[in-house]
Design a protein around this ligand. Structure first.
Ligand code: ATP
Ligand code: ZN
Length: 687
């Protein structure tokens, strides 16, 4: 039962941009402590950070192998091998014997010896095989036409050796040797290997099947279809993009244009003896367009684009990932100049020996080593450029960043106002807009949103327009879409009166503190209509774009986030579980202030915590330092909570009136909220 506390509305901003939800937005782009495998939390889509517009269908369309990889060569190799084995053994059994041997009675054999019609004989134990000089009718067959020369028979135990003397006399060539040897050495070898081969084949099949199940990879191909899941990049990813599709990040495009130039004509660089970049690392929060950029580089240079998500390399079976890396590079070299794009490189490229990773450590390391080896193997002028993307550059293994590897890093940040206008333009190219639709106004309402979020917003607005059967998207559609994107989908949940009252106070606590903090982001909307997992939501967004935050602002955010809990304590005397995500956010900001941004006297300006705010893996900090971080964070939060309580107590009349209006109206927009609280909206909002 969360009272007002929870919202799983994505905000996804990296911590130093705490722009949007004053209070209690969990920030899934930067996971809280509950998540052990950062930064992913959607079980169905484990490789996406939450809150990125759902691109599942697109991923699926790329096939179970992801990244446009499908098995091909290895599968056929396997089948070919199997065919050869069967073929040879067939041949050896049936053809090298030239004629079918006919089994005859021993007496028939002795008769042929006596008749002097036996040419040669091979014996082993009781078995006798041989050939006749003249073909005889097959005994016991009425078919008179059927004759034989090659025969086979068994020597009865009581037969005497006189027959041998007779054969010698009649000049029959008699040899004693292993009967089966007439199949030939190779055939014998293959025959004896056959069971083993079959077993191994079966075993591989089962392993492949298991892996696919583990990886959840669907896709066609049957059990053996994905033999070894060895990927072969098909005709490289055919989804094309150009720089025209990438908006608002011109600086990044400029940085990458050298790569484009190189790919267009590697020879030019080779002739000048210039060392060309082998690897480019794109860093930036989810949805900022890293994949799109890589694709656009390929599109601009008009070269093949091979893409793979690093997580696809990590398998149950050690060695498979490395093998796949090898194939990917081999293929890319063949079609050079080309681009290899490895998404989510941090899944395999995280510092060796740290943290829990997916799959076995060995596998991860082997895969990583293979990538490094392949990159070292580039002669440089081959014209294969590897582009990798991550939103966690801080945890990458230093080996990846060494010269000759991903030595060029390009940061892709969320767009600013102009960038957002451009991105909205790109995504509304095919969307009919009504005369009143003002993209600049939309961009102003969406500070901090990434390209992916804006694309999603446009799509939501278009869907709304379709639903309302209008010919064009207007401003109202954008407003409604934004609300949906910011608040999550409305949930129709009938709440008991007491719960709603508590939620009203909880949200009003957030809201009022947001209104009263000097310099805090203005409150845009308060609602006690359940949305997503949250029972209520308070939305605050900054007036314009913000890039850096001072200590006062961050404290304001903590105070605002604690407002829900403080209001509950003040009014009801008890607190509820509804503040869970508020507290997560509070903890993260407070720890960041102390361990990352040097805002604690006691700890000093040291960078102690990694960007996700979790404990470093014993790398830089002594345990005493970590304890100090916790103590200092605790002190900050305590101070903020006291201030929240005190402010609410001092403004109890405003709190009551805001909560009462909220309870009656359920949703208040910016103007109504400030009016209900009796707070002047013109309170200076400095950045
Ligand atoms: N700068 C941009 N210009 C235009 N569209 C963009 C931009 N950034 C993102 N988008 C849109 O968002 C979608 C998702 O972006 P993309 O997959 O490239 O993000 P990403 O940074 O690779 O995210 P992730 O880290 O989740 O893989 C793109 O297909 C595109 O539609
Ligand atoms: Zn809350």
């Amino acid at each position: 039962m969360r009272t007002g506390g929870l919202s799983d509305v994505p905000s996804k901003r990296p911590a130093p941009q705490p722009s949007e939800a004053r209070a209690h937005r969990p920030d899934p782009g930067e996971p809280g402590r509950r998540q052990s495998v950062p930064p992913r939390s959607d079980p169905e889509q484990p490789w996406r950070a939450e809150g990125v517009p759902d691109r599942r269908p697109e991923r699926k369309a790329r096939g179970g192998f992801g990244g446009g990889w499908r098995p091909r060569r290895n599968t056929s190799l396997f089948w070919l091998l199997l065919l050869v084995v069967f073929g040879l053994s067939y041949v050896s059994m049936h053809v090298t014997g030239k004629q079918e041997k006919v089994t005859i009675p021993y007496t028939a054999f002795t008769q042929q010896v006596s008749a002097g019609n036996v040419k040669d004989v091979y014996t082993k134990g009781y078995q006798i095989q041989g050939k006749l000089k003249n073909a005889q009718q097959v005994p016991g067959q009425d078919n008179a036409k059927k004759t034989y020369t090659a025969f086979e028979t068994l020597r009865p135990a009581f037969a005497d050796d006189k027959i041998f003397t007779e054969m010698v006399r009649k000049g029959v060539q008699v040899e004693a040797k292993p009967v089966s040897e007439d199949r030939g050495f190779l055939a014998n070898l293959l025959l004896s290997l056959l069971p083993t081969l079959l077993f191994v084949g079966l075993w591989i099949g089962v392993m492949v099947w298991l892996q696919r199940r583990m990886a959840g990879g669907g896709g066609g191909g049957g059990i053996m279809g994905g033999f070894g899941r060895s990927p072969k990049p098909v005709a490289p990813d055919d989804k094309r993009a150009t720089f025209a599709d990438v908006a608002g990040i011109d600086e990044v495009e400029a940085e990458l244009s050298e790569i484009v130039d190189f790919l267009k004509d590697p020879g030019k660089y080779r002739r000048m003896g210039a060392r060309v970049p082998r690897g480019v690392l794109l860093t930036g929060s989810p949805g900022t367009g890293k994949t799109l950029l890589a694709r656009a580089v390929a599109g601009e240079a008009d070269v093949p684009f091979y893409s793979a998500a690093a997580s696809e390399f990590i398998e149950m079976v050690v060695g498979v990932g490395a093998a796949r890396v090898r194939e990917l590079f081999t293929e890319a070299r063949k079609t050079a100049p080309s681009i290899i794009f490895i998404d989510e490189i941090d899944t395999i490229g995280r510092t060796r020996g740290s943290g829990a990773s997916m799959g076995g450590h060995d596998e991860r390391e082997q895969t990583l080593n293979q990538i490094l080896t392949e990159m070292d193997g580039f002669s440089g002028s081959e014209g294969v450029v590897v582009i990798a993307a991550t939103n966690r550059p801080d945890i990458l293994d230093a080996a990846l960043l060494r010269p000759g590897r991903f030595d060029r890093q390009v940061a892709v940040s969320p767009p600013d106002l102009d960038g957002r206008v451009e991105i909205l333009r790109v995504h509304t190219r095919e969307v009919p807009l009504s005369a009143g639709a003002d993209l600049t106004a939309v961009a102003k309402m969406t500070p901090g949103m990434t390209g992916a979020e804006l694309a999603n917003l446009v799509n939501e607005a278009a869907l709304l327009a379709v639903k309302r059967e209008k010919g064009a998207v207007d401003m109202a559609d954008f407003h409604t879409a934004l609300e949906k994107v910011q608040l999550g989908t409305r949930r129709s949940l009938v709440m008991p009166y007491e719960e709603r009252r508590r939620t009203s106070y909880h949200e009003s606590g957030h809201g009022l503190l947001g209104m009263l903090q000097p310099g805090a982001d203005p409150v845009r909307k308060i609602t006690i209509v359940p949305h997503g997992r949250a029972l209520g939501v308070t939305v605050s967004t900054p007036e314009g774009d913000r890039y850096a935050y001072d200590e006062r602002y961050l404290r304001g955010r903590i105070i605002g986030a604690l407002g829900g809990m403080a209001a509950e304590e003040l009014v009801f005397g008890v607190i509820t579980t509804g503040s869970e995500s508020d507290l997560e956010q509070v903890t993260k900001i407070a720890r960041g202030m102390v361990g990352r941004w040097g805002m604690s006297q006691k700890v000093g300006p040291l960078s102690i915590l990694p960007a996700d705010g979790m404990d470093p893996m014993g790398q830089y900090a002594a345990q005493g330092t970590l304890d100090a971080v916790d103590l200092e964070a605790r002190r900050i939060v305590d101070e903020c909570y006291a201030e929240a309580l005190q402010t609410l107590r001092a403004n109890r009349d405003k709190l009551d009136s805001l909560a009462a209006t909220l309870l009656a109206e359920e949703t208040l927009d910016e103007e109504a909220a400030y009016a209900a609280a009796g707070v002047d909206r013109t309170v200076p909002t400095t950045g």
